[in-house]
Design a protein around this ligand. Structure first.
Ligand code: C2E
Ligand code: MG
Ligand code: MG
Length: 586
């Protein structure tokens, strides 16, 4: 062992000091360099100078006595291992010191060299180990940042150690779509991403501020002494800007954004838990407002959070209690005027709240992962239903099912679909899966592999809400897809004269789709003008309130089966091939 330890002996009795010195000098391999002080004040000065790695402390000194001596030294230098030295009759005192944090004790009357050396070595090792454990308990292994434990301590300190009230800002920060990115990148790259974010956050705050990681992609910042909201505002802009700078992980360049909520002591909470809870609530608001933004806490947010929690809670039971159901919205083929398919849209029949629409619960299902079992249920239900219609002799239709990103990246997704198809015996041709651009464009190579897997089952694939994401055309060409679904916002603009677009984009998507040999479906068709325009531009299928809202399965079946739908004026168009004149100046 080449390490030399600096040992400080605080001992007022010169005889005892000399004895110890001699014992250590005799020890040929003892790696200790002894420094002496004859009173506490002098000893503390030497401790302040640092470099003391072990302390031998006589508890009765001219300027301090008993346990108080230990307490003072320990408070001053909590990281230095301490062995207390007492008289033989002071066992109780010695034990109290050990309980208070001393590593060991020695009785001065019965000191032996071997015992002394062993105690010294043991105390140093033990303290090291304790420190390691403590570090473990207080710091996050991945990023080296304080963890939840230490965050609580620090926040308590920041709030309660104040003589006068200084505002403290608590920032709850969560990365946007991290789960998807993490699954796309692989977890070890995901870890690198988190470590990079941790460094960036650490670099943007001031000394004395705290950046902690709560776990996953959640971070909390404590910004001390932030008196003005506009100062915090600018700090937050800086932090969000820094996080979203491009980074290179492995050989990929990528950007990730974050959403953050801010609560301020004292106005938004008097204790640590409330401050954290309220910053979390504000963060949720920031997510709802479209992410990559931050939000200050306001008291109304509690109501929103409570509602969300209640929703999440009962959503967990919705499947078991059989509260989900599907509505079907007809798709009409423009060339023939026939119903050729339907989109299956999930609904939640809640015992108290009534019929809940997917916009309210799908985002929560995505965040909590509940979307996976829910999506599987939807898929099975839709296939079963379609098979039933088929068996009843109705004209064959293709049912489309929406697939969420979480489902799509599940390892065994393709197998799940295969399994459900074989269980239900549905011809795969009659199942279509609607995916969104962002799911595919995030990691194109991985997506193509999954899409090919699905394609090999024989199902149809469609890109939903097309035009709202950032598809790259060169990739689009490589995807084994069958259909583009023009987002309803583009259909909406048809006939909206002052919009400046007036269907141009819808038209462009149709011709793009046809160039790529894809079928093009327009959704959200509400007016006759829109229908005419889409017909004129050779859109293949339409779906929208103009024909029908999403309806229960039985209603859809009777619509499919009945030749006479003329009692529904908007559906009259379905009974015969389209016959209205298509004007060329649309
Ligand atoms: P989406 O896939 O784009 O579905 C079309 C949405 O537009 C449906 O809303 C439909 O009712 C609505 N819609 C249809 N025709 C019209 C129209 O003429 N005008 C207007 N303004 N809207 C129309 P819905 O049923 O509320 O579903 C909303 C979204 O929820 C869906 O958008 C889809 O992204 C998601 N979703 C629905 N069911 C499922 C599901 O089973 N799984 C997953 N992952 N997501 C689903
Ligand atoms: Mg859809
Ligand atoms: Mg859509």
């Amino acid at each position: 062992m080449s390490e030399i330890f600096n040992v400080l002996l605080i001992e007022d009795n010169p005889g005892d000091a000399r004895l110890l010195q001699e014992m250590l000098a005799e020890e040929p391999v003892a790696p200790f360099r002894l420094h002496c002080a004859d009173r506490l004040s002098r000893g503390m000065e030497m401790l302040s100078a640092g470099k003391v790695e072990l302390l031998l402390l006589d508890l009765s000194l001219p300027d301090s006595h008993g346990l108080e001596t230990f307490a003072k030294v320990y408070a001053h230098s909590p990281k230095v291992p301490i062995i207390v030295l007492t008289g033989n009759d002071d066992r109780a005192l010695a034990l109290s010191a050990v309980k208070a944090g001393a590593q060991d004790y020695l009785f001065k009357g019965s000191l032996e060299r071997e015992l002394l050396v062993r105690s010294m070595q043991y105390s140093i090792e033990r303290k090291r180990y304790q420190e390691e454990l403590e570090h473990h308990a207080n710091y996050d292994a991945l990023t080296g940042l304080p963890n939840r434990n230490l965050l609580h301590d620090r926040l308590k300190q920041a709030v309660f150690a104040q003589r006068n009230v200084h505002p403290v800002a608590v920032v709850f920060l969560d990365l946007d779509h991290f789960k998807i990115i993490n699954e796309g990148l692989g977890h070890s790259q995901g870890d690198k991403l988190l470590a990079t974010i941790a460094e960036r956050l650490h670099a943007t705050v001031r000394d004395g501020d705290t950046v902690a990681r709560l776990g996953g992609d959640e971070f909390v910042l404590i910004l001390n002494d932030q008196t003005k909201e506009d100062v915090i505002f600018r700090a937050m802009q800086r932090i969000l800007g820094k996080v979203s700078e491009p980074m290179t992980i492995g050989d990929q360049e990528l950007c990730i954004t974050c959403s953050a909520g801010v609560s301020i002591y004292p106005q938004d909470g008097a204790d640590v838990d409330t401050l954290l809870k309220n910053a979390d609530a504000a963060m949720y608001r920031a997510k709802e407002r479209g992410r990559n933004t931050f939000q200050f806490y306001t008291s109304e947010m509690n109501a929103l959070v409570n509602e969300r929690l209640a929703l999440e809670h009962s959503l967990r039971r919705a499947l078991e209690r059989n509260e989900l159901l599907l509505h079907y919205q007809p798709k009409v083929e423009l060339a023939t005027g026939r119903i050729v398919g339907a989109e299956a849209l999930v609904r939640w029949q809640h015992p108290q709240w009534g019929l809940v629409f997917p916009d309210r619960f799908i985002p929560i299902a995505e965040e909590t992962g509940l979307i996976v079992p829910i999506g599987e249920w939807v898929l099975r239900q839709a296939c079963m239903q379609n098979r039933t219609w088929h068996d009843a002799g109705l004209a064959p239709v293709t049912v489309s099912v929406n697939v969420s990103a979480r489902q799509f990246t599940q390892e065994n997704f393709v197998n799940t679909v295969r399994q459900i198809l074989s269980e239900t015996g549905l011809n795969p041709r009659h199942l279509e899966m609607e995916l969104t651009e962002s799911m595919v464009m995030h990691d194109v190579e991985a997506a193509i592999a999954i899409l090919q897997g699905l394609k090999s089952l024989g199902v149809r694939l469609s890109v939903d809400d097309f035009g709202t994401g950032h598809s790259s055309l060169s990739y689009l060409r490589r995807l084994p897809i069958d259909t583009l679904k023009i987002d309803k916002s583009f259909v909406n603009r048809i006939g909206a004269k002052n919009d400046g677009d007036d269907g141009l984009l819808a038209q462009a998507i149709i011709s793009l789709g046809h160039t790529l040999k894809l079928r093009v479906v327009a959704e959200g068709v509400e007016t006759e003008a829109q229908l005419k325009f889409l017909t004129a531009h050779r859109c293949d299928e339409v779906q929208g309130y103009y024909f029908s809202k999403p309806i229960p399965a039985a209603e859809y079946a009777s619509m499919l089966g009945s030749a006479d739908v003329s009692n529904k004026p908007s559906l009259s168009i379905l009974t015969q091939p389209l016959s209205f004149p298509v004007s060329t100046d649309l």
